[in-house]
Design a protein around this ligand. Structure first.
Ligand SMILES: O=C[C@H](O)COP(=O)(O)O
Length: 257
């Protein structure tokens, strides 16, 4: 009888995306989070905070010695050059980041970022030694037209670098209509999309694809975290609004206690 291959155990990641929120005083949320994590020795996931780039060095210092990693929300594809207002992956690494989110729907929508641009940014992240969190997700119109899986597969194909591995790359599924709205897909719908993402990752990257983390994002809160994080192939969360306050964010992280 042929041996069936067991799915690898994947350590979850709960990542906070502060978006354009936070000032120097917000460092107290990171020290508060570090304290809560230190008190609870049983947390079984990695924890990441992605503040605006201006706060990366400060929060990195604040998180020193704790379980909290610091990341960025976007990067430019090039190392340096005449790109006013942009920040390269190398600069983010230099500032203290170890992860960077690329292809968030707010950047795809507000800055016209295509899959090719997102892929170039993910490649830049890898070049700089950052883990790329590559976001995909359908709009409400696409969902209503029953195009969700087609859209997601196309975004994955176009946005993921050819040499992506489980160590360098994380996929975040964020239905656009669930972001900041308080609405979430059902656990069954999340399971269906995450299974399709897993299938596409395994088909393209083999064992690396089987071990790659797939986060769910969109209105994750302490009240729904246990249910959403319990879905098969959900390996953590990408959290917006509820990551701004240490207690709320810890409430989500607690799904992994
Ligand atoms: O990157 C995070 C997402 O856009 C989710 O935001 P939200 O948790 O406020 O819905």
């Amino acid at each position: 009888m042929a041996a069936t291959k067991k799915a690898p155990r994947v350590k979850a990641l709960v990542a906070g995306n502060w978006k354009m929120n936070g000032l120097k005083a917000s460092k107290k949320e990171v020290s508060g989070l570090a304290r809560l994590l230190a008190k609870s020795k049983r947390v079984r996931c990695d924890v990441l905070v992605c503040p605006p780039a201006t706060l990366i060095p400060l929060l990195k210092e604040e998180a020193r010695g704790s379980k909290v990693a610091v990341g960025a929300q976007d990067c430019h594809a090039k190392v340096s050059g005449a790109h006013t207002g942009d920040i390269s992956a190398e600069m983010l690494k230099d500032a203290g980041a170890s992860y960077v989110i690329v292809g968030h729907s707010e950047r795809r929508a507000d800055h016209g970022e295509t899959d090719a641009v997102v892929r170039a940014k993910a490649e830049a992240a890898h070049r700089a030694g950052l883990v790329a969190i590559v976001c995909v997700g359908e709009t409400e119109a696409q969902r209503d037209a029953r195009e969700t899986l087609k859209v997601i597969r196309g975004q994955l194909k176009g946005s993921l670098p050819a040499d992506a591995t489980a160590k360098t790359t994380i996929v975040a599924y964020e239905p656009v209509w669930a972001i900041g709205t308080g609405r979430t897909p059902t656990a069954q719908d999340v399971a269906k999309v995450h299974a399709a993402i897993r299938g596409a990752l395994v088909k393209r990257f083999g064992d690396e694809g089987a071990a790659m983390r797939i986060l769910y994002g969109g209105s994750v809160k302490p009240s729904n975290a246990v249910e959403l994080m319990g879905v098969e192939n959900v390996n953590g969360a990408l959290v917006g609004g509820a990551s701004l306050k240490a207690e709320d964010f810890f409430g989500i992280i607690s799904a992994y206690i």
